[in-house]
Design a protein around this ligand. Structure first.
Ligand SMILES: Nc1nc2c(c(=O)[nH]1)N[C@H]1C(S)=C(S)[C@@H](COP(=O)(O)OP(=O)(O)OC[C@H]3O[C@@H](n4cnc5c(=O)[nH]c(N)nc54)[C@H](O)[C@@H]3O)O[C@H]1N2
Ligand SMILES: Nc1nc2c(c(=O)[nH]1)N[C@H]1C(S)=C(S)[C@@H](COP(=O)(O)OP(=O)(O)OC[C@H]3O[C@@H](n4cnc5c(=O)[nH]c(N)nc54)[C@H](O)[C@@H]3O)O[C@H]1N2
Ligand code: SF4
Ligand SMILES: [Mo]
Length: 808
């Protein structure tokens, strides 16, 4: 264990002693820190880290510490809303709202057929919600249109794991990070997005010098600043970089030949796909010097252990799955998987997005069952006591495909649960327009940009007000206990789903109710039975054990098992025909392979090496839009800020959207620090202050996606493109093209006007005025000359460098 000194982070706001501390797990990110919730007079008044939890040993990050303010926010929704004939959302009773939804669902099935209802959920709910969505969706509504914001988030994790190893479930765990010699963070800004995990890494590094840290990111992030080797590649060149590195490792024969021949298939084809990626070509395409590439290849080729993480810098690209498969290839050819300190650790982002994949609320059937394998569908039909023929097995549809279906009028009901999709979807104006074409239900604790397009709004309970389990990024299932009652009028997602099932009168094949469980724990017990025999077998877990043992990593097959820190320790991969979760997809086109095609590969327990051909990003800077646009996160905010903007501390730390632009680019355009500029792309435009600096490379700008109001023009997703990776169907948020324009008014210099005088008139500093006009001295202005005046200078706050880091 890397942790050496214990520290309990706490943020409590209470006069006098609190009444109780309730066991919980942080509901913000996928690290899954253990915590306790402070309760006084029936309200949550604070939080503290759980010193006994192996993930965080008492620590919490800024968002974790501040998440509970949202619970007490005075603008919580406390009654359902229905849009009336005037287009206004009006309060309604639960009966009115739920009956209307049931009516719309029945009408949709009648008019458009069974696959016409979409449930678009979240990675921030509980396993029990997802399992219920899976059962209600597939056996009740008979729809395969189940997707979630996990499509924007960790779909690629799932698909790269299916391709290489035959089943979901990330091989390595955080424990391996504590042991590894080399840690490669590939498109993962963990310092801002997984703060406690970053501390865990840095504490070990400061004490022991290990691990050697390689960071792959086009920006000089806070994470990259701590790297031993920063591979600052051009956007969208992940696969090129990996091909160059793998080729170099193959050439130097730094490979585990025995592992390759005993435990993998597909070597020759993979080798051929990287063969012409010499360092010269790799350097030209990625922009990384040959010397740096050599260093990286040497480190990766000789390290005795390696953990590679991937996150949105890899997943939100057009070649997302290929890049992640490339990382799997690298681990396989070096035999660095299934061993202590080694393995790919394809991350998750949200606190329970992995749980949604495991429970089957998206994509595949519950407990990693293969919808293309009739044997698996039969198993589920038997477990649910329904007729196998009623279970939909059509290919899953990602949210972007669902939007196209809505545009075509094929979806009669779109049920949006726990996601602010009108801010988080790419090319959001298109998505908004589509929503006019269907009946939209939004289930959220707050009014949001998405409730603006809702026909019905259901007020949902928040974390702390309900019980359930979550699965973090390393397969650990944690329990969240209920600390307080939800506000009057508010229901949990779980209770809303069960209420819907009752109103729809879903039955099993003997005429009994389809859903017989009534509490989250009973639901968990049912899902345990469904998981038996599958890779994610959790038969040995229970709510009590999850609390007593502070989370357990699946598989946990019996009550004696303490969980599984790493998968494939026996090098037996999930690729036998009747066990595999998927028959895989064609690595280039994304076409689903048939059972016969999969059988022909004869993987039979061996991992699959795939060719990794590099394709240039579909949209690239061009004459009209000459600059790369990338989007992402800030340490202070969670996504669309519905929680973090309700915390006074976090709100104050970062209140505006902005665009970060390289110093040289700013100079060439004479853009001044803080000046409001217009950023446009083929989809739309925003108007935000410029932050000038060197953390973005030349030719690239960065826009945080947290700021999404319809009124202020600052949402990143006005700009982003909506095409997707062919295998995972994950949208490309990280690379598109844009242009930056100044918004200036003109000032004609009058006789005797000095720069000081003019600057003061517009509330500018002389330096800003000079920079804005590329003036180097005061004598360059004369009467009649036209000066450009920046629209406004906003002080873009640069967060103090990681205040929590001082506490390591
Ligand atoms: N503070 C905070 N933390 C969060 C979240 C949050 O909203 N706020 N959200 C959580 C969720 S759901 C997620 S999914 C994670 C996301 O966590 P991260 O993936 O760490 O965060 P991002 O900022 O989206 O992107 C990571 C990095 O990808 C880089 N990148 C861009 N293009 C490329 C490229 O072509 N190649 C490579 N190699 N890198 C590239 C960006 O410069 C950026 O630094 O964070 C989780 N944690
Ligand atoms: N440009 C750009 N866009 C991106 C990304 C990017 O990097 N760049 N990243 C993408 C990624 S990785 C992600 S994960 C998504 C995140 O995008 P979203 O999931 O849309 O963002 P959130 O703000 O987390 O939305 C969660 C919603 O659920 C509500 N909520 C909170 N708790 C509960 C609950 O218990 N029940 C219910 N019913 N509702 C609840 C919140 O109020 C909020 O409205 O954004 C994606 N979009
Ligand atoms: S690192 Fe993630 S899980 Fe841990 S406290 Fe921060 S937000 Fe919560
Ligand atoms: Mo995410």
């Amino acid at each position: 264990m890397a942790w050496q000194n214990e520290r309990i982070d706490m943020n409590v706001y209470s006069q006098g002693e609190v009444d109780k501390w309730v066991y919980s797990t942080c509901n913000i990110c996928s690290v899954g820190c253990g915590c306790y919730t402070a309760v006084k007079d029936g309200k949550i008044v604070g939080i503290k880290g759980n010193g006994d939890h192996p993930t965080n040993r008492g620590r919490l990050g800024p968002k974790g510490e501040n998440q509970w303010y949202a619970n007490n926010s005075t603008d919580r929704l406390t009654t359902p809303l229905i849009r009336d004939a005037d287009g206004k959302l009006k309060p309604a009773s639960w009966d009115e709202a739920m009956n209307l939804i049931a009516e719309k669902a029945k009408a949709s099935i009648k008019e458009k057929g069974t696959n016409s209802i979409a449930i678009y959920s979240t990675g921030q709910g509980f396993m029990e919600d997802y399992y219920s969505i899976a059962k209600i969706g597939r056996a009740g509504l008979q729809t395969h249109l189940l997707d979630a914001n996990t499509r924007l988030c960790t779909a690629t994790t799932e698909f790269c794991l299916l391709q290489s190893f035959g089943a979901d479930g990330t091989p390595a765990s955080f424990d391996d990070i504590d042991e590894t010699d080399t840690l490669m963070l590939f498109g993962h800004n963990v310092a801002e997005t997984g703060t406690v995990l970053f501390e865990r890494i840095m504490e070990r590094k400061q004490k022991t010098g290990k691990p050697y840290l390689i960071v792959v990111d086009p920006r000089k992030t806070l994470t990259a600043k701590e790297a031993d080797l920063h591979l600052q590649l051009y956007p969208g060149t992940n696969v090129a970089l990996l091909n160059g590195l793998v080729n170099e490792i193959l050439k130097s024969r730094n490979v585990d030949e025995e592992f390759i021949s005993n435990h993998t298939i597909g070597f020759e084809e993979m080798e051929a796909s990287v063969a012409d990626w010499n360092l010269d070509k790799t350097s030209k395409v990625t922009g990384i010097s040959i010397e740096t590439l050599e260093k990286a290849a040497h480190q990766l080729g000789t390290t005795a252990s390696l953990v590679s993480t991937t996150l949105q810098g890899t997943f939100q690209s057009a070649d997302a799955t290929t890049a992640c498969v490339g990382i799997n290839n690298l681990h396989l050819i070096r035999g660095l998987i299934g061993k202590p300190g080694s393995g790919p650790l394809h991350m998750a982002g949200q606190p329970s997005s992995s749980a949604n994949r495991t429970a089957g609320g998206v994509g595949t059937y519950p407990a990693q069952r293969n919808h293309s394998n009739p044997k698996h569908i039969r198993e589920i039909a038997e477990l649910w006591n329904v007729d196998m023929m009623t279970l939909p097995v059509g290919p899953e549809k990602g949210i972007e495909e669902q939007i196209s279906m809505i545009e075509k009028g094929e979806i009669g009901l779109f049920w949006n649960i726990g996601t602010n999709s009108m801010v988080s979807l790419p090319n959001r104006q298109r998505a908004r327009k589509a929503m006019e074409n269907t009946f939209v239900v939004v289930q959220d604790p707050f009014l949001t940009e998405t409730t603006a397009v809702a026909d019905v709004v259901l007020p949902a309970a928040l974390w702390g007000e309900k019980e359930g389990t979550m699965e973090n990024a390393d397969r650990t299932i944690n329990i969240v206990r209920k600390a307080v009652e939800p506000p009057e009028g508010v229901k949990s997602d779980f209770d809303i789903l069960l209420d819907f099932a009752r109103r729809m009168d879903f039955k099993d094949k003997d005429g009994n109710p389809l859903i017989t469980y009534t509490t989250p724990e009973e639901c968990f017990e049912e899902f345990k039975r469904v998981s038996k025999g599958r890779p994610c077998d959790i038969t040995g877990m229970s709510y009590d054990r999850l609390e007593k043992e502070r989370g357990l990593r699946w598989p946990v097959k019996d009550e004696q098992s303490k969980g599984t820190p790493r998968l494939y320790a026996d090098f037996n991969f999930s690729t036998t025909v009747d066990y595999t979760q998927s028959f895989g997809k064609d690595q280039f086109t994304g076409r689903a392979l048939t059972k016969e095609e999969f059988e022909q590969k004869n993987a039979n327990g061996r991992a699959i090496l795939h060719p990794t051909h590099y394709l240039e990003p579909a949209e690239q800077p061009n004459d009209e839009y000459p600059i790369w646009l990338t989007t992402g996160r800030l340490v202070w905010h969670w996504h669309t800020r519905t929680k973090t903007a309700r915390s006074p501390h976090l709100h104050v730390a970062a209140q505006h959207g902005y665009v970060e632009i390289n110093t040289e680019d700013a100079k060439a355009l004479s853009i001044v620090q803080g000046e409001t500029v217009k950023v446009s792309s083929p989809r739309g435009w925003i108007q935000v202050p410029a932050r000038v600096g060197d953390s973005v490379q030349k030719g690239l700008v960065f826009v945080p996606f947290h700021f999404g109001s319809w009124e202020k023009k600052e949402a990143a997703n006005e700009l982003t493109a909506d095409f997707t990776d062919p295998l995972s169907k994950q949208p490309v948020f990280k690379q598109s093209a844009c242009k930056i324009e100044k918004i200036r008014q003109e000032h004609k210099v009058d006789d005797g006007e000095s720069l000081e005088y003019i600057a003061e008139q517009y509330g500018l500093s002389v330096t800003d005025l000079k920079e804005a006009n590329s003036l180097t001295n005061d004598y360059q202005i004369s009467m009649g000359q036209t000066l450009e005046i920046p629209l406004s200078i906003i002080n873009v706050p640069i967060p103090p460098y990681m205040p929590y880091r001082e506490k390591i």
